[in-house]
Design a protein around this ligand. Structure first.
Ligand code: SF4
Length: 276
């Protein structure tokens, strides 16, 4: 199939993660903008429903954070998953009192130059309190991922470093020091097991150096090879295009046979961010 390539001006954690996971997927998704709707996982309907509920849950939390009373929101949590996630959110030990705080910035979008690109990120919530900025990210994963896996994700590295670069307007015009920043992944199905990632100047330097290097690599890439790790193809929407299999990966089987975190690569947030 012949495709037209677009000029890319922005990068996000999703596009960078795609580039790192499979350069060909990055090309197909962001340069060719090829929609190739192969089913990513089986059973397809159940997973699509889970993704939609996840998106809806994010919207409910956002509405609550901008001041809609919890009782009103609860009426819209009208599926079993949504009810459970909403109750977990309301009762989570680590989120107690959060909505009453001032200095909340739900759905904040930050951007900064990165090499020849603009790096963009949309945050579920940035809470600024007593000189400390906490990044919250809501996850509706079926399994609680390992902290080591989360720490290495581009999302963790982009969100914290970009807040240092582009968050001065949230801190009286002064850039945050890395030590003032923490990122928290909160899991709707594991409400009392959040993953906390404080930040240091050394980590910030390491992260930004990596992001710059990736942006330079992307700008100069002579080709976009297919990943050698065929496990990544089982849940990739382009697998029939790449002739890496027709049938979608089976989520149940994968949960028992594979490194389970691979499943999270098909998280709906990736889809949401392509709009950038
Ligand atoms: S099917 Fe495999 S090789 Fe093709 S884009 Fe997806 S991950 Fe890359």
């Amino acid at each position: 199939m012949k495709t037209q390539s677009f000029q890319l001006t922005t990068l996000s954690q999703s596009s960078l993660q795609d580039y790192v996971d499979c350069a060909q997927r990055f090309k197909l998704r962001y340069l060719d903008r090829l929609s190739y709707p192969a089913v990513e996982t089986e059973p397809a309907l159940e997973n699509e429903k889970h993704q939609q509920e996840g998106e809806y849950f994010h919207r409910l939390v956002q509405q609550h954070l901008i001041g809609i009373p919890a009782e009103q929101i609860a009426r819209f949590a009208n599926t079993t998953n949504l009810q459970r996630w909403w109750e977990n959110f309301r009762n989570a030990r680590d989120l107690t009192g959060l909505v009453e705080l001032s200095g909340l910035y739900p759905e904040a979008t930050l951007s900064a130059p990165l090499g020849g690109y603009r790096l963009l990120a949309k945050y579920d919530l940035i809470a600024v309190q007593n000189g400390k900025a906490t990044i919250y990210d809501w996850k509706t994963y079926r399994k609680r991922p390992r902290n080591e896996w989360l720490a290495a994700r581009l999302q963790t590295r982009v969100y914290r470093s970009l807040l240092v670069h582009a968050g001065a307007h949230l801190n009286n015009g002064k850039p945050f020091e890395p030590e003032q920043i923490e990122m928290i992944y909160w899991f709707a199905d594991f409400p009392n097991e959040p993953a906390l990632f404080p930040y240091t100047a050394a980590q910030f330097k390491r992260d930004w150096d990596l992001l710059l290097k990736l942006s330079e690599e992307i700008a100069a890439a002579p080709s976009y090879p297919l990943t050698e790790d065929r496990q990544k193809c089982a849940f990739c929407t382009y697998r029939s295009y790449c002739e890496r299999g027709i049938r979608a990966g089976d989520i149940e089987q994968a949960e028992t046979e594979m490194d389970t975190e691979e499943l999270f690569d098909v998280d709906f947030e990736q889809i949401g961010e392509i709009a950038f």
